[in-house]
Design a protein around this ligand. Structure first.
Ligand SMILES: Nc1ncnc2c1ncn2[C@@H]1O[C@H](COP(=O)(O)OP(=O)(O)OP(=O)(O)O)[C@@H](O)[C@H]1O
Length: 228
């Protein structure tokens, strides 16, 4: 039944340091992610989850192995080519929001669209629309400092959504939020996967959001743990 994965990690290993200080963060990892699913990555601290997420999105280049997005190799490319694929296919959400503090909510989204070559009038319109979608329609000109934690994360989600990513990668997106806000963020991400057929990968320690997972992958000591 399953078609070609949207994102595929093939035999990826990642070593930090060299010689006596070499440390394997990931070993021989294979993972396929399909459109329409929310995949959660779990595992103890230091097991390699963030490293894997960063490699999936082309933020880090693996020591060996390959990553494919929609059939395109992300690895063994120039930094400029990887960056272009990253912009075209991925959205990112982080625990600490990573907003631009000196820009308004709308401008935070518009700069992300500007990077993708969207012209200013369109960027303003898309920003307004995505803010509406995450329930911040009345905060367009507000500065991020004036928002609550939940609102800041919704703005970060809106910024990532605005680029219409095929894959959303989220690193502990609910860790700093109370339950209500955490569940609201997950509802937005699940809707992205289920209603719009995108893939969502979430690194999390947060038991409260586990009901939102379509699939859970466990990582230990840099390896995918096979169930059973
Ligand atoms: N830039 C780096 N330089 C050196 N070692 C690193 C680097 N990034 C990660 N590591 C090491 O790689 C291993 C995996 O780290 P990673 O952050 O991927 O784990 P994690 O599962 O996301 O942990 P946590 O749940 O605590 O965020 C750890 O031993 C970490 O110390």
């Amino acid at each position: 039944m399953e078609s070609r994965p949207l994102l595929e990690v093939r035999d990826v290993s990642m070593v930090f340091g060299s010689g006596e200080n070499a440390q394997y963060a990931l070993r021989d990892v294979d993972l396929a992610v399909f459109d329409g699913e929310v995949l959660m990555l779990r595992g103890p601290s230091g097991s390699g989850k963030t490293t894997l997420l960063s490699i999936m999105g082309g933020i880090l280049s693996p020591t060996s192995g390959d990553v494919f997005i929609d059939g395109h190799a992300m690895t063994k490319r120039s930094a400029a080519e990887t960056s272009a694929l990253r912009l075209q296919y991925f959205g990112f959400i982080f625990q600490d929001y990573n907003l631009f503090p000196t820009l308004s909510c709308s401008q935070n989204i518009q700069v992300a669209l500007d990077l993708r070559g969207v012209v200013r009038g369109d960027a303003r319109r898309i920003a307004a629309q995505t803010l509406q979608e995450v329930g911040l329609g009345n905060k367009q000109d507000e500065m991020p400092a004036k928002l609550s934690g939940g609102q800041k994360q919704r703005l970060a989600v809106a910024r990532a959504l605005a680029g219409s990513p095929k894959v959303m990668l989220a690193d502990e997106p609910t860790a700093a939020l109370d339950s209500g806000n955490g569940l609201m963020i997950m509802a937005l991400l699940r809707d992205l996967a289920h209603a719009r057929g995108r893939a969502v990968v979430v690194v999390t320690h947060d038991d409260r959001i586990m009901p939102y997972a379509d699939r859970v992958v466990h990582i230990e000591d840099g390896r995918i743990k096979v169930p059973g």
